[in-house]
Design a protein around this ligand. Structure first.
Ligand SMILES: [Zn+2]
Length: 196
C-alpha cells in the first residue's frame, strides 16, 4: 500500500487524497472562494495509461493522478502564481474549454510543465523542447527533489515507517568487531564479525 499523505496544504489550496479500495480521487479546494475540483482516475483510458508510462509510472494510473494533481499546486506555488490556472479553471467550470484567448495557452503550458516535472523526477529526462529547463533553470533538480519529498513522504529525512514499530527487524549490520587480520593459513569464519 502506498502511504500517500491524506492531505497537503498549499498557500492557495488544500489537496485531499482519498485512497480507499472503492474510491480513489484527488480533490483540490481553493482557499479564496472554497471552489473545488475533483480528479478521478480514468481507469482503462488508453491515452492516460500511455501518459502514465511516459511519465515514468509504468501503468500505475493512480500514482500518475495523485502526483499530477499535487504537481499542479506545487508548481503554481513554485512559479509564484496565485494558483494553478488549470485546476482553478476546472473548479470553476472552465476546464480548458474557455474561448478566452488567455486561458487555453497558459493551461496548455501548465499541463505540459506538470507532466514534464513528473517525467523528470521519475526518469531523469527533460521534455523535448526543454520547457522545464527554461522555466526553472539550474533550480530544476532542487525543485524536483522538493516535489518528490512532498508527495512521497516516506522518502523524507526522519520519516517514521509505521510498520517498523509493529515488526522489529534485527539490525541489518552486525555490530562491528575490532578488525583483526586473519591468521595466515587459517580458514576465515563468517564475514569477520562472528562472536561480536
Ligand atoms: Zn493536469
Amino acid at each position: 500500500m502506498i502511504l500517500f499523505p491524506p492531505e497537503i496544504a498549499f498557500e492557495a489550496c488544500t489537496l485531499r487524497i482519498v485512497d480507499s479500495p472503492h474510491d480513489k480521487h484527488v480533490e483540490t479546494a481553493f482557499r479564496a472562494d472554497g471552489a473545488t475540483a475533483r480528479a478521478d482516475v480514468p481507469w482503462g483510458d488508453a491515452d492516460h495509461i500511455a501518459a502514465a508510462w511516459n511519465a515514468g509510472y509504468g501503468g500505475d494510473q493512480w500514482r500518475m493522478v495523485v502526483e499530477h494533481e499535487v504537481g499542479h499546486a506545487f508548481m503554481a506555488e513554485a512559479r509564484g502564481l496565485p494558483h494553478s490556472w488549470s485546476v482553478w479553471a476546472a473548479a470553476h467550470g472552465r476546464g480548458g474549454k474557455s474561448n478566452s484567448s488567455e486561458w487555453p495557452a497558459r493551461i496548455r503550458e501548465e499541463e505540459h510543465l506538470v507532466v514534464a516535472l513528473q517525467r523528470y523526477a521519475n526518469r531523469g529526462i527533460r521534455d523535448e523542447f526543454d520547457a522545464l529547463g527554461q522555466a526553472f533553470g539550474k533550480g530544476l533538480p532542487a525543485l524536483a527533489q522538493r516535489f518528490v519529498r512532498l508527495v512521497r513522504p516516506w522518502l523524507r529525512e526522519g520519516y517514521d515507517e509505521p510498520y517498523m514499530d509493529a515488526a522489529p527487524h534485527p539490525p541489518a549490520v552486525a555490530p562491528a568487531a575490532p578488525a583483526e587480520p586473519p591468521a595466515r593459513g587459517k580458514p576465515q569464519a563468517g564475514n569477520g564479525a562472528a562472536g561480536a
